[in-house]
Design a binder for this molecule. Structure first.
Ligand code: CAA
Length: 259
């Protein structure tokens, strides 16, 4: 991997986009590497949480790589959009929990990759924007779809049409990020959250993630039926027996095995 760093420790994969000279902008090679790295991680049963961040203290991801896009044709632009779609959908749908640790600029494709993660935590210096319309294009890595769903349609339109950059606190206020923390504490904060997540049953979490994601875009009745089915499925797991037995035995420590 030329553009990524990966550390796996104690069930947590820390994935760092590492192109500091271009503020971690996403070129096609980086998108392909993210896709193939997530394909490996989603099969890795030792990994329960993936934390995504950018290298350096200035930028999470400053967007898609403008130097690659400037001479790209319509067909090449579409291929790039589809590559990002495949990679970003993996963050959204993989069985593990994904947390974006947004450590600086999250612009264009940077905001979009963060939005494809389950949870976003920003450092105090983080800034968010969808500047694409100022470049003569539109958000192409999910921004027109995920931003409207995550905040609301009006706010998404305002961010996309004005290209305004918003602070981490404003992003938190509108629901684009869950928490804002000092930059020096960002990764530890995300790892501590990962620790709390990993105390719970991995299959229960994976099924809940599936129910939330699928139900969010369906009507309520369809979502509730799916939830009932997945709820039933969870009763077939060893972890259900363990979780409930531990409660009844007044045991704090649970031995979840992910089966
Ligand atoms: N693509 C390619 N290179 C980028 C880049 C990007 N998205 N963002 C920054 N860089 C490069 C700069 O060209 C510069 O390179 P050189 O040192 O070789 O000149 C280097 O990173 C440092 O950037 P700046 O000198 O501009 O740093 P700054 O502190 O003055 O500004 C910034 C920082 C506000 C983030 C500014 O770099 C910027 O506005 N970047 C572009 C942000 C943007 O428009 N992103 C959206 C891209 S389009 C997109 O993402 C489409 C989509 O939907 C997927």
């Amino acid at each position: 991997m030329n553009n990524l760093l990966l550390e796996v420790e104690n069930g947590v994969a820390l994935l760092t986009i590492n192109r500091p000279k271009s503020l971690n902008a996403l070129n096609s090679e980086t998108l392909a590497e993210i896709n193939s790295c997530l394909m490996d991680l989603e099969k890795n049963e030792d990994v329960k949480v993936v934390i995504l961040t950018g290298s350096g203290e200035k930028s999470f991801v400053a967007g898609a790589d403008i130097s690659e896009m400037v001479n790209a044709t319509a067909a090449e632009g579409r291929v790039m959009g589809l590559l990002a779609r495949e990679a970003f959908s993996r963050f959204e749908n993989m069985p593990q929990v994904t947390i974006a640790a947004v450590n600086g600029f999250a612009l264009g494709g940077g905001c979009e990759i963060a939005m494809s993660c389950d949870i976003r935590v920003a450092s105090e210096n983080a800034k968010f924007a969808q500047p694409e319309c100022g470049l003569g294009i539109l958000p192409g890595f999910g921004g027109t779809q995920r931003l409207a769903r995550l905040v609301n349609k009006g706010r998404a339109k305002e961010m996309i049409f004005t290209c305004d950059m918003i602070s981490a606190d404003e992003a938190c206020r509108i629901g684009l990020v869950n928490h804002v923390v000092p930059q020096a504490e960002l990764i530890d904060y995300c790892k501590a959250m990962a620790g709390r997540i990993m105390k719970n049953a991995p299959l229960g979490i994976a099924l809940a993630k599936q129910a939330i994601n699928t139900g969010y875009d369906a009507d309520l009745d369809t979502g509730l039926k799916l939830e009932a089915n997945l709820f039933g499925l969870s009763f077939a797991t060893a972890d259900k027996k363990e979780g409930m037995t531990a409660f009844l035995e007044k045991r704090k420590e649970k031995n979840f095995i992910g089966k």
